[in-house]
Design a protein around this ligand. Structure first.
Ligand SMILES: NC(=O)c1ccc[n+]([C@@H]2O[C@H](COP(=O)([O-])OP(=O)(O)OC[C@H]3O[C@@H](n4cnc5c(N)ncnc54)[C@H](O)[C@@H]3O)[C@@H](O)[C@H]2O)c1
Length: 320
């Protein structure tokens, strides 16, 4: 059955890919985005676009919507350390206003973009949803705060909600891909070296307790992530806040990613070893068992070379 969905942050990377998947599944989509980090041309054709802020969501939300998919947020870890107020204001204040608008309009289903950053330095790997949350920066803390807010909204007011805790999202889907400014994610940064936009890639620390000394992360294809959002809409149950990790359960080191980019692009990719950054855990790998059991999620694009190849195709198109 087709539905009508409000996608906040749908001019950004993940939101645009999910909006595109919703449209392809025959749903009606309104994108609400203030274009603070997103791009008007990123909004998929076929979606209604509203240029506005989630703090004013009450202006646009009404009972005709079946659910909200909430991507709108600031997500630069480093910036959140020096400007924490920006993150509390937008991520927490904005989400609070959005929840109030949903309550007012009687929209009782939510899928929220949470993050692996809520766990901080994990006590155990792979990370499960019961792993202790202990964010090491204001970005992760702001996202965890929204998760708490959603839990209480579900318990008190019957919201049916699913928080998806993404690990490292990568790859592209057709004309929708990753464009953060400034870019802070490894794969697009390495691709910028392949494109000649940057001379070398910095490797922050090569003395971690990992097989090659560089940090290990769990990369998930953005299209697999989008599939999980459509399944989450079906799984959302009134009065329940379900939290699911989304990752492939397999880690790749920074050096393995760089080597894969060399193979995919044919570019030598010079690297420079730099000191460790504070707050970078050695290994972050998800257990997605709960997402598989509760959502019926079955990621099919886990191959790193395939993820990099899709991101490379997108990066070349964007710069042309
Ligand atoms: N990309 C990742 O690897 C990753 C990992 C974990 C979690 N997340 C989460 O996923 C979500 C999407 O991330 P992304 O990488 O697509 O980021 P993005 O910056 O590309 O997209 C965010 C979008 O939200 C919009 N936005 C921000 N504040 C807004 C507001 N107040 N009102 C309206 N629109 C607003 C921006 O203009 C942008 O289009 C974020 O919530 C982020 O925290 C992303």
């Amino acid at each position: 059955m087709s539905g009508k969905y409000l996608v906040t942050g749908g001019a950004g990377y993940v939101g645009s890919v999910v909006a595109q998947h919703l449209l392809e599944a025959g749903h009606e989509v309104t994108v609400l985005d203030n274009l603070s980090t997103g791009f008007r041309e990123g909004v998929p054709a076929g979606a209604t676009f509203v240029e506005g802020d989630i703090r004013d969501a009450a202006k646009w939300l009404d009972s005709s919507y079946d659910a909200v998919l909430h991507f709108a947020a600031f997500s630069q870890v480093g910036e959140s350390v020096v400007k924490p107020e920006k993150y509390w204001e937008n991520n927490v204040g904005g989400s609070m206003a959005l929840l109030a608008a949903m309550r007012e309009a009687g929209v009782r289903k939510l899928v929220f973009s949470s993050t692996a950053a809520t766990y901080g330095e994990p006590d155990e790997v792979p990370i499960v949803e019961t792993t202790r949350t202990s964010p090491t920066n204001p970005y992760g803390a702001s996202k965890l705060s929204v998760d708490f807010m959603i839990t209480s909204e579900a318990a008190a007011h019957g919201l049916g909600a699913v928080s998806l805790r993404y690990f490292n999202v990568a790859g592209a889907y057709g004309s929708c891909g990753e464009r953060h400014e400034p870019e802070s994610h490894l794969i697009p940064l390495v691709l910028q070296v392949a494109q000649g936009k940057r001379e070398a890639i910095s490797v922050f620390g090569d003395d971690y307790p990992t097989p090659d000394g560089t940090c290990v992360r769990d990369y998930i294809h953005v299209a697999d992530l989008a599939d999980a959002h459509l399944l989450a809409l079906k799984a959302a149950t009134p009065g329940e806040h379900l939290i699911c990790n989304l990752g492939n359960g397999e880690g790749f080191s920074v050096r393995q990613v760089i080597e894969t980019v060399r193979q995919v692009t044919g570019h030598p990719i010079p690297e420079v070893v730099a000191p460790r950054r504070g707050g970078d855990p050695a290994t972050l790998v998800a257990s997605a068992t709960r997402a598989k059991e509760r959502l019926g999620w079955n990621p099919t694009r886990a191959d790193l070379a395939g993820i990099v190849a899709d991101a490379w195709a997108f990066a070349q198109n964007v710069s042309n």
